[in-house]
Write a protein that binds this ligand. Structure first.
Ligand SMILES: Nc1ncnc2c1ncn2[C@@H]1O[C@H](COP(=O)(O)OP(=O)(O)O)[C@@H](O)[C@H]1O
Ligand SMILES: [Mg+2]
Length: 315
């Protein structure tokens, strides 16, 4: 296990001139270790793109420090740029050219000879399951195919760190799954990835570590499991067959609840501390009350609940 720090940001501040007071970054800290995917998770406007732009030298920070592979983004920009790739929120590929032509062009722009560029393009098309579509103009690609081509283009020169800014925003569920598998491919290939997302599920699926961002500051950081454990309680979820039983079941659940019980129609979620005892007690109470639920399950908190708890806002 290497613990080489590939990205490090300490107390980074950025206030946009003429922008809203407090918008941007307000003491942003981040540590990313080689060979991992770190998810930067936060709602719209939290500062995700600002952080990516600063780390990739596209935007200058006001104060604090940030380094990529030990190189300072402010003073050693050229060294930083040599080691990074960036897949932005908006596709950088040309719609008229085919997928293969786009990749060959990127290769040529990155100083590969023609034959080497073609070879690299074909490798990447294969890797991202785009071989069949390689000869079609990108204008005909689905959203998921386009993002996969973006990812492929960013890998032409095998960057040490790849920034991927909201890769699945605006994609349908199928496109999202395609992109997830493409990101997993990247990581299997050894690329260190900083992925921004507003989707908790995406961070949970792809990231080894997650930094939760709120108003330009990281409010929690850890593995998905650590973040869920931070919250303490587990949840006892009940789905009732008969809406008429809801009030009675809430009453039965109250003595077990370690916090506020949530009710959504016939679904009742009870935060509990001693999970097994809570399950047994609840099952007994229901049995005695002759209520037969559709479903009764124990589960860990979701990242959504962690985020809600920490920030008072849904991601
Ligand atoms: N060029 C800009 N000028 C002024 N304010 C900006 C600019 N870019 C972003 N902001 C503001 O900074 C905050 C963070 O934006 P951004 O980094 O794009 O967030 P995210 O990517 O998490 O949605 C938002 O409040 C946004 O309105
Ligand atoms: Mg953004």
């Amino acid at each position: 296990m290497t613990t080489e720090r590939v990205i490090e940001a300490v107390g980074v501040r950025k206030n946009y001139k003429g922008g809203t007071e407090g918008a941007g970054l307000n003491g942003f800290d981040l540590e990313v270790t080689a060979g991992t995917v770190t998810g930067l998770l936060g709602p719209n406007g939290a500062g995700k793109t600002t952080a990516v732009r600063i780390l990739s030298t596209l935007l200058e920070l006001d104060s604090g420090t940030a380094t990529i592979a030990g190189y300072d983004v402010r003073r050693q920009g050229a060294e930083v740029r040599r080691r990074i790739g960036l897949v932005g929120q908006h596709a950088a590929v040309d719609e008229i050219l085919t997928g293969r032509q786009n990749l060959v062009m990127f290769g040529r722009l990155n100083h590969l000879g023609h034959a080497a560029a073609v070879r690299r393009a074909d490798d990447l098309l294969e890797r991202f399951s785009l071989t069949d579509a390689a000869g079609q103009p990108v204008g005909k690609y689905s959203g998921g195919m386009r993002r996969r081509l973006d990812l492929a283009a960013s890998l032409i020169v095998a960057p040490k760190v790849l920034f991927v800014d909201e890769p699945t925003t605006g994609l349908d569920p199928a496109g999202r799954l395609e992109v997830w598998s493409a990101v997993r491919q990247l990581v299997d290939g050894g690329t260190t990835v900083l992925l921004t997302t507003q989707y908790l599920e995406e961070a949970d699926q792809l990231a080894n570590r997650i930094s939760m961002l709120k108003a330009g500051k990281v409010v929690a950081e850890g593995t998905p499991d650590e973040l869920k454990t931070q919250l303490g309680s587990d949840w006892l979820d009940l789905v009732l067959a008969d809406p008429a039983d809801v009030a009675r079941v809430i009453q039965l659940a109250e003595p077990l609840a370690d916090g506020e019980i949530r009710v959504n129609e016939v679904r009742i979620s009870v935060p509990v501390k001693d999970r097994t005892r809570a399950l047994v007690t609840m099952a007994n109470s229901l049995h005695e009350a002759k209520i037969d639920p559709e479903d009764i399950t124990l589960r860990r908190p979701t990242l959504d609940e962690v985020f809600l708890h920490l920030t008072g806002a849904a991601a």
